[in-house]
Design a binder for this molecule. Structure first.
Ligand code: ATP
Ligand code: MG
Length: 445
């Protein structure tokens, strides 16, 4: 993409209403624009990052054996009356009446709709286990939408639902989700810690939230420092292997890690004092096992191996895809702007032309740009007629992990400069070598 053709409405000043750094930077980097309180338009660069996160979530869910689908944003109130949640959900639910006077709602979550789909087509344990998920916009009429996309009213969420014949099988689905979530966050360059949590209005017994540590997080968290050393890395996971998934679950849930809702001071005090940490965290996902809560209410049954009709065991599992963008920025920025992890960066590399209009420099930039496009590096070429200082500040603000600077002085020696956004370190090399190096870097991502 050439910057001269790209819609990137950056702001020089910090927007007055943005209280936290991710919100400020998303606004300043021209990623989002508020359409109404807690509702945002995703401008091209914000949209690009959102799509990247969505793709990672899809890839990891499909890898875990889960079925992608798409349910609508608008739902009929009837199903929610069946489960009893039409009344229970309260003011967070946006209620709508259509022209025929029928009660509708903008879905805050999808347990009812998915249970209805399930019960209409599955009757036998032979069709289980089954996990269905989608990534769709949700609406919750939050009392205090704030922090930009972090606590919006409309937000983009992956929600998945497992259907199993009994509790042991449903607990494997729970563990499988935990593992797939660990992998998802790691791929995004994030450390998200599973913590024992409270089940809240969705109901149920077993639940973990995934938290990214950040001062601006809304949750208070307590954890054993050792949990920070755990990595899934590139270990081979067989998602059908109950023992392996349970083992990973145990590895991550043995060190103490809880949110304030379930915090237990006595248990925490058993952690050696120098490892006891408390801080703030951003909830980027949650997994639940809630058993037969919805299948009982909505009569979703299967015939088991003993030929008995039993209510299906379920769980629901969510990832806050749009909130994750805020969380990633909270975890990775400096005073100049965003620092994107390579896995989610909107563009692989920025190219800065130091002397736009100079024939040799322009030609070198063109050549480099085309080579980078061809190599799949998805470059953003700043081809505007601007001062170098402004171009650098802009690149730092939007936070691409790598920048290639091309100017007449270097070209005289046959080199360009490659700079890391994270470390600020630069090295001079030939244009070919830069492309090779970036190809190697992105091959690892
Ligand atoms: P919170 O406690 O932050 O209100 P929640 O526990 O009600 O969230 P869940 O039902 O667990 O939310 O939804 C799954 C995920 O969706 C959350 O872990 C979070 O990342 C994201 N999410 C929930 N509410 C919002 C929101 N208002 N704006 C953006 N993302 C949200
Ligand atoms: Mg939650």
């Amino acid at each position: 993409m050439r910057l001269s053709k790209y819609f990137l409405p950056t702001l020089k000043e910090n927007p007055a209403d943005a209280q936290i750094v991710s919100h400020r930077l998303m606004m300043r980097a021209g990623m989002i624009r508020q359409a109404a309180s807690g509702i945002y338009s995703w401008l091209p660069m914000g949209f690009k990052v959102l799509r990247k996160l969505e793709n990672i979530v899809h890839e990891e869910q499909i890898r875990a054996g889960h079925n992608p689908m798409l349910m609508p944003t608008l739902q009929s109130a009837d199903l929610w009356r069946e489960s009893g949640r039409y009344d229970d959900y309260g003011k967070e639910m946006l209620r709508i009446t259509d022209r025929h006077g029928r009660d509708m709602l903008y879905g805050p979550t999808n347990e009812e709709l998915i249970t209805d789909i399930f019960r209409s087509s599955v009757q036998s344990h032979k069709d289980l286990p089954l996990t269905l998920y989608h990534i769709q916009w949700k609406f919750r009429d939050e009392v205090r939408p704030r922090f930009g996309v972090m606590r919006g009213r409309e937000f983009f969420m992956k929600d998945g639902y497992n259907f199993d014949v009994d509790k042991p099988s449903a607990m494997h689905a729970y563990n499988r989700h935990l593992v797939s979530y660990l992998r998802t966050y790691e791929r995004m360059g994030l450390k998200a810690i599973p913590m024992r949590a409270d089940s809240g209005p969705i109901g149920g017994d077993d639940t973990h939230e995934f938290l990214v540590l950040a001062d601006t997080g809304e949750s208070e968290v307590f954890y054993d420092k050792n949990i920070l050393d755990l990595h899934l890395g590139d270990r081979e996971v067989d998602y059908d292997d109950w023992d392996q998934c349970a083992g990973i679950m145990e590895e991550w849930t043995t060190p103490y890690a809880r949110t304030d809702e379930t915090h237990d001071e006595d248990a925490f005090n058993e952690v050696p004092e120098d490892r006891r940490m408390s801080s703030r965290g951003i909830e980027v996902g949650q997994i639940f096992y809630f058993g037969t809560k919805y299948s009982d209410a909505m009569n979703a049954k299967v015939v088991n191996a003993d030929n008995q009709e039993v209510p299906v065991h379920m769980g629901s599992h969510g990832i806050g895809v749009s909130r994750l963008i805020g969380a990633i920025i909270e975890a990775s920025h400096d005073d100049k702007g965003i620092i994107w992890p390579e896995a989610v960066t909107p563009f692989g590399v920025g190219i800065v032309n130091l002397k736009q209009g100079d024939d040799d420099t322009d030609a070198a930039c063109e050549g480099l740009y085309k080579a980078a496009v061809k190599a799949g590096l998805d470059p953003l070429y700043d081809d505007r007629n601007e001062r170098a200082g402004g171009k650098f500040a802009n690149m730092d603000l939007i936070g691409l992990p790598w920048r290639i600077t091309v100017g007449p002085r270097g070209l005289k020696n046959g080199v360009v400069e490659l700079t890391s956004r994270k470390t600020g370190e630069s090295e001079e090399m030939t244009a070919d070598a830069v492309i090779e190096k970036l190809i190697a870097i992105y091959a690892e991502v």
